[in-house]
Design a protein around this ligand. Structure first.
Ligand SMILES: NC(=O)c1ccc[n+]([C@@H]2O[C@H](COP(=O)([O-])OP(=O)(O)OC[C@H]3O[C@@H](n4cnc5c(N)ncnc54)[C@H](O)[C@@H]3O)[C@@H](O)[C@H]2O)c1
Length: 713
């Protein structure tokens, strides 16, 4: 076997040349692989003793996409198009021999340029990454895939990320045979057959049948657009992918490729794709904690316990059961326990009714959840998560009790959303084992987990909470102790300004529409109605705070959707209907405060809702409550529905608004409206003056730990 490059070997089996990509673990396509494939094909073409070429991969998977670290580097020759043209134009047949488990993205695009394809039974095929990164498969994928599998399936694979099995691939013509045993031997045998039986050089670019079937049927595209409209709202890439596939149908291959390239470059330079690629890197980055290195021992979780089977406790327990971890749920009274377990069962049964779980799955998961009123049952749990009432004396009592019962090395976590984790930790004799695990509601659905590091949380406690988050399929982000942590602290700024906008002249549906159009699933008032206005009301009362309009609605029993009325009225469904009664209340309250109502533009609404949030994010960075700006963005995307294609509030401030423009506008609002929250924080001023960004800031940040007691090496 000859190594052509570090990543590609060439081997000859009689008259068949075999090119084997060997770039573990995913055989991702990088410069060395492209170069190796090119040189291997050229060598095979120049060797008179060779009649066919097989392309395969070593290890567990065929090429599973591109090496994404190359995206930010200058392109290096040969480009992928050059390699694909060489393969497709080869005068000797080229067979892709696809080993399990996947041929993805550029891996699949390479196979499409081959004349024939065979695969192991376990292989799966898809175009997952391009659209996720705000791109389209730009190596001919949008032109070749519809020619091979037809327009409808190609759209599903390219736009919706549908994966297909080897059986389906065979049925749809994506592969020519399913083979068994050694993939190289099987590929060589297939290539021998092609040569012996004089099979034609089938070039994908020449295939027309499946395109013909879609010609003159614009409804195929119209229907598809409609079917994905909801989940792709605001994203640029899905529409561009569809346009590229339309080009495959309407243009000759070469022109279609050109169109694909044009669309690709437009996407790669778009802020939407930049935001998506930024978030793609930001999510794993959130797991990096400067003073808790990746090799910090984390405690294995064989058994978990949850205290409280209310709204949050039930959802948290489900997360453990969903991944096969037994979990004990403790309640004060049997009635509350029965109710909590009943809600969990109903949740699972609803999922089963939608076909996403089997009846057996429901029983298996319920079987992993043990309810009890006996606190001693948590004695063997590796992690105990408290989700009782949000009252400090109750939390302290629970933690003092846990301290006497839990194993010495158990992690003790609190789901508090507003209380001081340090004070809770101080109720135990082991504050180093205490940490906040702030789940979001519904806890079994929402991906975000803010892990709240206490002043004394040990590295192992932190590492365990982060690893647990990943194990239960959440996106854990480490934050520090402060009121509201990161997400709710910023949300609070938005909420305050939303109420002011109502007092000054806007109405709930106008404010909500601005944020919906920005890309949020809903605006602050619709969200308040969904969550229940009484929750905030109770918190405000506890803190001696007021919110004139919201308080008035609550006093009238308008708690939101659950009472059929809040900022909106609701019919039988969940559709929010603007309510003249609420408008009257708002106008009255404005008058009561002596405010002359005025027309407020959508632009002003957007700026006034989001700029104070960004400023608060800057304060959070200054106070080292978040490690880096991208962590704040991850929190907003996974916890609050910030539109992915806008990257998160800090990315958006950096690149969509610009920090200088944002700061200057804040100063104008400060002059116009007054209020401390319009005072740009020092970090914002500094970065704006220097033309720098939040997202670039963390790399220069001297990380001193959330309490100034740790220093970066
Ligand atoms: N609801 C949310 O949206 C949300 C979101 C994030 C965090 N949180 C936090 O999660 C915690 C729980 O909130 P929730 O909404 O689930 O409240 P909840 O009122 O729905 O449930 C609390 C449960 O705890 C039980 N309980 C009270 N004292 C107990 C004790 N000593 N031992 C055992 N069980 C006890 C109660 O019987 C009740 O079932 C609070 O700290 C809250 O701030 C709530």
């Amino acid at each position: 076997m000859t190594a052509i490059t570090e990543f590609v070997d060439l081997d000859c089996h009689n008259r068949v040349a075999v090119l084997t990509v060997n770039h573990p673990p995913f055989n991702s396509l990088n410069h060395g692989v492209r170069k190796g494939l090119k040189e291997g094909v050229v060598a095979a073409l120049g060797d008179a003793a060779i009649s066919a070429i097989v392309i395969t991969c070593a290890g567990q998977t065929f090429i599973a996409g591109s090496d994404t670290t190359e995206f930010t580097k200058p392109p290096q020759e040969p480009g992928l198009h050059e390699v694909l043209d060489l393969i497709e134009g080869s005068a000797k047949p080229v067979v892709a021999a696809i080993n399990g488990s996947t041929a993805l993205d550029t891996g699949l695009e390479i196979t499409l340029a081959c004349h024939y394809r065979v695969a192991l039974k376990e292989a799966r095929f898809g175009m997952l990454l391009a659209v996720k990164l705000g791109l389209l498969p730009g190596a001919g994928g949008t032109q070749r895939l519809p020619r091979v599998v037809g327009v409808e399936l190609a759209l599903q694979m390219i736009v919706s990320g549908a994966m297909i099995s080897a059986d389906e691939a065979l049925r749809h013509g994506l592969i020519d045979a399913i083979v068994e045993g050694d993939i190289t031997a099987a590929g060589v045998a297939f290539a021998e057959k092609v040569v012996t039986e004089h099979w034609p050089l089938r070039k994908t670019c020449d295939l027309e049948d499946k395109l013909d079937a879609a010609r003159g049927k614009p409804e195929i595209f119209a229907n598809f657009r409609q079917s994905v409209a909801r989940q792709t709202r605001g994203f640029k890439a899905p529409e561009y992918c569809i346009r590229a596939v339309e080009a495959a149908v309407h243009l000759p291959f070469a022109q279609g490729l050109e169109r694909e390239r044009e669309l690709f470059f437009e996407l790669i330079n778009s802020l939407e794709s930049k935001a998506q690629r930024y978030l793609f890197r930001a999510e794993p980055k959130a797991a990096e904690i400067p003073d808790v290195p990746a090799d910090t021992p984390a405690k294995e979780i064989h058994k978990a316990a949850v205290i409280g089977a209310g709204t949050m406790g039930g959802g948290i327990a489900m997360n453990f059961a969903n991944v096969g971890i037994p979990v004990t749920v403790v309640e004060v009274a049997q009635e509350a326990l029965d109710h909590g377990l009943g809600v969990i069962r109903k949740n699972y049964e609803n999922t089963a009714a939608r076909g996403r779980l089997t009846a057996q799955d429901v029983e298996t998961r319920m079987g992993l959840i043990t309810g009890t009123t006996d606190f001693n049952a948590v004695a063997d749990a590796d992690i105990i998560i408290e989700a009782v009432f949000e009252e400090m004396p109750v939390k302290k009592e629970v933690f003092a009790k846990l301290d006497t019962i839990a194993k010495p090395d158990a992690v003790l976590a609190t789901n508090t959303s507003t209380l001081d984790v340090n004070e809770i930790a101080a109720a135990t004799s082991r504050p180093e084992s205490v940490i906040g695990t702030h789940f979001f509601s519904p806890a079994n659905v929402m991906r975000l987990l803010e892990n709240v590091r206490g002043a004394k949380s040990s590295p192992t406690t932190i590492a365990t909470a982060m690893a647990m988050g990943q194990r239960i399929q959440k996106v854990p982000v480490l934050v520090g102790v402060c009121y509201g942590f990161v997400g709710n602290r910023m949300l609070h700024q938005r909420g305050k300004e939303a109420e002011k906008l109502l007092l000054e002249g806007a109405l709930p549906h106008q404010v909500d529409k601005v944020l919906y159009d920005f890309g949020f699933p809903m605006g602050p008032f619709a969200m308040g109605d969904l969550a229940g206005l009484d929750v905030g009301w109770r918190i405000r009362k506890g803190r001696g705070e007021q919110s004139a309009i919201a308080d008035r609605l609550c006093e009238m029993g308008r708690f939101g959707q659950k009472t059929g009325a809040g900022y909106y009225k609701y019919g039988t469904g969940r559709t929010a209907i603007p309510d003249p009664d609420v408008e009257k209340i708002i106008v009255d309250v404005s008058a009561q405060f002596g405010i002359t109502r005025r027309l407020i533009s959508d632009e002003e609404i957007l700026q006034r809702l989001l700029y104070p949030m960004v400023n608060e994010g800057a304060k959070i960075l200054e106070g080292k409550i978040a490690i880096r700006a991208s962590d704040i963005d991850v929190i907003w995307v996974y916890g609050y529905g910030w539109p992915v294609y806008r990257g998160g509030p800090m990315f958006w401030a950096d690149f969509a608004v610009g920090l200088k423009a944002l700061r200057d506008r804040m100063l104008e609002y400060q002059e116009q409206l007054g209020g401390d929250h319009w005072q740009p924080t020092a970090l914002l001023n500094e970065l704006a003056d220097q033309g720098k960004t939040f997202t670039g800031y963390h790399s220069t940040l001297s990380y001193e730990g959330l309490y100034g007691r740790r220093t970066l090496p």
